[in-house]
Design a protein around this ligand. Structure first.
Ligand SMILES: *Cc1c(COP(=O)(O)O)cnc(C)c1O
Length: 363
């Protein structure tokens, strides 16, 4: 490939320097000064009371599912247009998902449909709202609806690190927010995640569950089941260096978005930008006109070494979720049929964008 969808980006000597410092300190462990510094940096910078560094974004969601003691028969309401990791940790513990369609104005969960889902499923154990492709969901009304229903709101902000909603960090004000530090995300440790919350009791509970739920006594005592979910000190060093360059990442991603907009023909419609926030422009995503199929575009671009992808396939269309509930309006299905994610790496060469447009023209 000559242009990847979202390749990792190294900011210079900082990642190497902190990595070597981690090795020199001898902390090759699931704890240590880099983990502590990463958690402090993330919480302070994003304005949360606390953060927990995890082995993946999926694990951060799993810790929340475990904290909620999700079990068979429970219901969890979730965004329909998302990556499966938003819901898999809940469904895997036996919950039945109820998927809520996207709002055509934001591509994130539709607030009116969310209200209907909460009314129809008042005993839901959680509401998982995804910030899609770097754009925050409409947080304030979701917070109000979930508070009224007594349902904890989790924001899957895996794609929206650095994005803001009415001046606040992604997910701020929800019960918990989750970021991913996977290799394709805007800040990466190769793999990793962050759980953010303003609830110190929830943070302590998740920290405990991530350490096999050991009771705080000298011997190994367990009152509940946990897992091994904490990020190691070595990857945390890379993540910390990357985090310190979050501002650079946001600037570069915005530049890639602007460069795409400057050369995309009028038949390609960019994902709408909601007026309530500033997206992190993780991916540049467009919808194509009738006659230009995203699947054919992906194929034609791949033949030239240019990586593009269809949108996330809506969850209610996934065979694994055939028994799930749903509150739909046809928006996610329509976007999936027309949408294309373009190569969006930091520093993507303009010539490769021009070539991509040429290929799309010939479809
Ligand atoms: C990347 C991503 C995740 C999962 O993150 P990992 O760190 O890869 O486990 C979850 N949800 C969404 C929407 C994502 O894009």
């Amino acid at each position: 490939m000559r242009a990847f969808l979202s390749p990792p980006f190294l900011n210079g000597p900082d990642e190497r320097d902190l990595l070597l410092a981690a090795l020199a300190s001898g902390y090759i462990a699931p704890c240590g000064p880099m983990v502590d510094a990463l958690e402090r940096e993330a919480a302070d910078r994003l304005g949360f009371a606390g953060a927990l560094a995890t082995v993946s974004g999926t694990m951060a969601l799993e810790l929340l599912a475990r904290a909620l003691e999700i079990r068979p028969g429970d219901e969890v309401i979730a965004s329909d247009l998302t990556f499966i990791a938003s819901v898999a940790p809940f469904a895997d513990r036996g919950a039945r998902p109820v998927f809520v369609d996207a709002d055509p104005a934001t591509w994130c969960v539709d607030v009116a449909l969310a209200e209907r889902a909460l009314a129809e499923h008042p005993r839901a154990k959680a509401f998982v709202a995804t910030d899609l492709y770097g754009q925050c969901c409409d947080l304030d009304p979701l917070i109000a609806l979930c508070a009224r229903a007594g349902v904890p709101l989790i924001v899957d902000a895996a794609e929206s690190l650095g994005a803001t909603y009415r001046g606040r960090a992604a997910g701020k004000g929800a019960w918990a927010a989750v970021h991913s530090l996977n290799g394709n995300k805007i800040v990466t440790a190769g793999g990793g995640g962050l759980l953010l919350t303003d609830d110190p009791a929830l943070l302590a509970l998740c920290r405990g569950i991530a350490g096999q739920a050991r009771e705080p006594v000298a011997w190994y005592e367990h009152r509940r089941l946990g897992t091994h979910g904490r990020l190691g000190n070595v990857p945390a060093a890379i993540a910390l260096a990357q985090f310190r360059h979050l501002g650079d990442a946001l600037r570069d991603k915005a530049a890639v978005w602007d460069a795409w907009l400057a050369r995309l023909p009028s038949w390609a419609t960019p994902m709408p930008t909601a007026s309530y926030g500033v997206p992190n422009r993780w991916l540049t995503v467009v919808t194509l006109p009738p006659g230009k199929s995203p699947l054919r575009a992906v194929e034609a671009l791949a033949a030239r070494g240019l990586e593009a992808r269809p949108l996330w396939k809506p969850m209610h269309l996934q065979p694994v979720f055939r028994d799930a509930g749903a509150v739909l309006a046809g928006v996610g299905e329509d976007l999936f049929a027309r949408g294309l994610c373009l190569p969006s790496g930091r520093g993507l060469a303009p010539a490769l964008m021009d070539e991509t447009v040429e290929v799309l023209e010939t479809l």
